[in-house]
Write a new protein. Structure first.
Length: 267
C-alpha cells in the first residue's frame, strides 16, 4: 500500500479537521469568523485542514505558521440554491480545475461521490469527475481522496452507515480512482474492520452532521482506529463545539497515541 505525505506521520495516521463547509453553508453558525475558527482548530495541532482552494489562498500564511498541511475540496454539494438554506435539494457540481487545486500545494484533493441520487445525469457527472480527477492527479504525488456517501433520496437515512452499503460504495470509489477513502463509520469494529482490511487504499472516516456528544464522536474515532483506519476528516463535530482546540487535542491522543476516550476526555 503506497502512502502519501498526508500519512507520513510518526503514527502513520492523520488528523484532518474539515473546515470546507463555507462552500455549502456560507457563514453558518459556529463558523461566521473564518480566521477565528481556523486558529481555534490549528491551536489543537491537527496534521492538516480540509478547506476550499480559495480559503487556502486567503489563509495560507496562518496555516503555514501552524505547520499544518492542506487538503482541498474540488467540488460543491449543497441543499439549496439559497445561501446557507436546506431546501432538501440535491445540488452538486465540479467547482475547481486541477491547476487551481495544485497551485495551493495540497496534501490531497477531495471529492464527494454521492450514491442514491434520483438524478441519473448528476450521478454520471459525479462519477466522471472522480475518474477525470484521478487521471489529472496521477503522477503528481497528490492523492485523490474520495468521500463515498449515501445521501441520495433513494437510500433511507438510517442506512447511510449500513456496512453493506459502505462496503459497496468504498469498493466502487477506489475502482474509480480513489487513492484514499473518506468513509462513514459503520458504528462498530466488527463491521468496519473487514471494510478496511479489504481496501487496497488507506481509509479515513468522516464525521457527518454534528450529533450526540463529543465523547460519542471520540468513541467512534477510537473504534475506527482500532479497525485499522488511518485517521479522520471530521468537521462540525469539532468546530461547532465550545472548545475546538481541546477536541482536536483529544483526537490527537486517540489517533496518534492509541489512547482511549477515557484517557483523553472527561465526559
Amino acid at each position: 500500500m503506497s502512502d502519501y505525505d498526508l500519512l507520513e506521520t510518526a503514527s502513520g495516521n492523520a488528523l484532518v479537521t474539515a473546515i470546507d463547509h463555507g462552500l455549502a453553508l456560507g457563514a453558518t453558525e459556529g463558523f461566521r469568523d473564518p480566521e477565528a475558527t481556523l486558529r481555534a482548530v490549528l491551536d489543537g495541532g491537527p496534521d492538516a485542514v480540509l478547506v476550499g482552494p480559495h480559503f487556502a489562498r486567503r489563509y495560507g500564511g496562518v496555516i503555514a505558521e501552524a505547520d499544518a498541511d492542506v487538503v482541498v475540496t474540488a467540488d460543491i454539494v449543497t441543499n439549496s440554491t439559497r445561501p446557507g438554506f436546506d431546501d432538501g435539494q440535491d445540488v452538486w457540481t465540479p467547482a475547481f480545475d486541477p491547476e487551481l487545486l495544485l497551485d495551493v500545494d495540497p496534501a490531497g484533493v477531495k471529492i464527494v461521490l454521492v450514491f442514491g441520487r434520483d438524478d441519473r445525469e448528476m450521478f454520471v457527472r459525479n462519477l466522471s469527475y472522480v475518474a477525470e480527477m484521478a487521471e489529472a492527479l496521477r503522477g503528481t504525488g497528490v492523492p485523490l481522496v474520495v468521500e463515498p456517501v449515501m445521501w441520495g433520496g433513494r437510500v433511507p437515512a438510517e442506512l447511510e452507515t449500513h456496512p453493506e452499503y459502505v462496503a459497496r460504495a468504498a469498493r466502487m470509489a477506489w475502482e474509480y480512482g480513489a487513492d484514499v477513502l473518506k468513509l462513514p463509520y459503520t458504528g462498530d469494529v466488527e463491521t468496519f474492520e473487514p471494510i478496511v482490511e479489504h481496501s487496497p487504499v488507506p481509509v479515513m472516516i468522516l464525521g457527518g452532521p454534528k450529533s450526540g456528544s463529543t465523547a460519542a464522536m471520540l468513541s467512534n474515532v477510537e473504534g475506527a482506529i482500532a479497525s485499522g483506519a488511518r485517521g479522520i476528516m471530521i468537521g462540525r463535530s469539532i468546530w461547532k463545539t465550545e472548545d475546538p482546540t481541546s477536541v482536536v487535542r483529544a483526537l490527537d491522543g486517540i489517533i496518534h497515541e492509541g489512547k482511549s476516550v477515557d484517557d483523553v476526555w472527561d465526559a
